[in-house]
Design a protein around this ligand. Structure first.
Ligand SMILES: *Cc1c(COP(=O)(O)O)cnc(C)c1O
Length: 385
């Protein structure tokens, strides 16, 4: 494993990998903020990268040197990643971009990009010999972890806010998860999951903690790889907890760091107007995120009022010269229906990036743009049933 240490986002405190493992909640012990892995890129460059890395077909585990794993014989996989980068001429024309690609993450085993992080988290849970995983989820992460836990024979407890879509709860139960619907929003569910792990020493907390972010980076690596290492101008993604946006940033930064690409794309983060704490912080150039209580949006997968990786997502936009975009409920539904009518089925949150692209279409002329279509339409058919 090529991880040197973990560093706190807010106060800069560092932790050795062996010490991080003993934290029950993997956040900074001093200030409670998210922590982030740092790798020995010189070593990766020397030992791993060769021409075949550039040429081999993109798959999730191809990028293992950039993930905190050491024993490649015990990776847990359901075939996540290697999702298509779709281009559809009529959709492209609507946005005015010279090239528009949709990274169709619905094609992951449980229907969302969460499977990338789950494969790594469950790999770590097994490595630490845990028998049970616990998490808070608005739906997709719970469905994903429930599947990977069942696949490896470990128990799974999921705390979900009452806004979660029925099909997602059914998906968790189908895999045998102990689903506890909480009377409250995602933040309340998260506090319950963190309490649970503190009082149940045999359990392992999954969710938007450092392992997940590391696993999610492969979506960024695949985008570059699928474009034959030509860096797109803009990459547009929704922000819920902000983990996806930060993972994209890290993936693009690391490829520059090891010399495979020469520059960063600009990263645009999109939130629903009804729950846009990170976009508002970006607009006002604030250094902190002002939480939103009890958020309500049709895009339930991004209804995170107090995003764990909010500061990280903010930094991803600021450091990449990106942009924060808010979209209305009708923007989201229209985008979702437009995608569906062009053969691409996504849930409302899965259409948020495209809705953002459409909203700023005047800025896309002559640009190569990638939107992340994050989750499958079959998971939440609201308005279609
Ligand atoms: C989790 C999720 C998001 C938001 O990702 P974050 O990492 O929480 O920012 C967006 N869309 C879908 C479908 C999701 O499942």
């Amino acid at each position: 494993m090529y991880v040197k240490f973990f560093r706190c986002f807010r106060c800069g405190e560092t932790y050795l990998p062996k010490d991080v493992i003993s934290l029950s909640v993997m956040r900074c012990e001093k200030c409670g903020s998210a922590i982030d892995a740092e790798y020995d890129y010189d070593l990766i460059r020397k030992e791993i990268l060769s021409d075949s890395f550039r040429r081999d077909a993109p798959t999730h585990w191809k990028y293992w040197p950039f993930l905190p794993v050491s024993d490649l014989s015990s990776l847990v996989t359901l075939g996540e990643g290697a999702t298509p980068l779709l281009t559809q001429p009529a959709l492209m024309k609507l946005t005015g971009a010279s090239h528009l690609y949709l990274k169709y993450e619905a094609q992951n085993p449980t229907g969302s990009f969460k499977d990338r992080g789950s494969s790594l988290e469950i790999t770590k849970a097994l490595e630490f010999k845990k028998k049970k995983v616990v998490l808070a989820s608005t739906g997709n992460m719970g469905a994903s972890i429930a599947a990977y836990a069942a696949f490896t024979g470990i128990a799974c407890v999921v705390f979900v806010p009452d806004i979660a879509a029925d099909a997602k709860i059914a998906q968790m139960r189908a895999h045998g998860a102990d689903v506890r619907v909480i009377d409250g929003d995602y933040s309340v569910a998260m506090a319950s999951a963190e309490d649970y792990v503190r009082t149940h020493g045999d359990s392992f907390l999954t969710g938007d903690y450092p392992w997940r972010c590391e696993g999610t980076k492969t979506v960024g690596f695949e985008i570059l790889d699928q474009l034959y290492w030509k860096v797109p101008d803009y990459v547009i993604a929704p922000i819920g907890n902000g983990t996806l946006l930060w993972s994209l940033y890290e993936a693009f930064r690391e490829m520059v760091c090891v010399g495979i690409t020469e520059r960063m794309p600009r990263i645009f983060g999109v939130q629903a107007e009804n729950c846009n704490p990170v976009v508002r912080a970006w607009e006002s150039n604030a250094a902190t995120i002002e939480p939103v209580a009890d958020p309500e949006t049709i895009a339930t997968a991004i209804a995170c009022g107090n995003p764990i990786d909010g500061l990280a997502a903010l930094r991803a936009m600021q450091d990449s010269d990106g942009m924060g975009i808010s979209v209305s409920e009708s923007d989201i539904l229209e985008a979702r229906d437009t995608l569906a009518r062009h053969g691409i089925l996504v849930e409302p949150s899965g259409a948020v990036a495209y809705a953002g692209a459409y909203k700023v279409r005047d800025a896309l002329a002559g640009k190569t743009v990638v939107c992340i279509a994050t989750g499958h339409g079959l998971k939440d058919m609201c308005g279609w049933l």
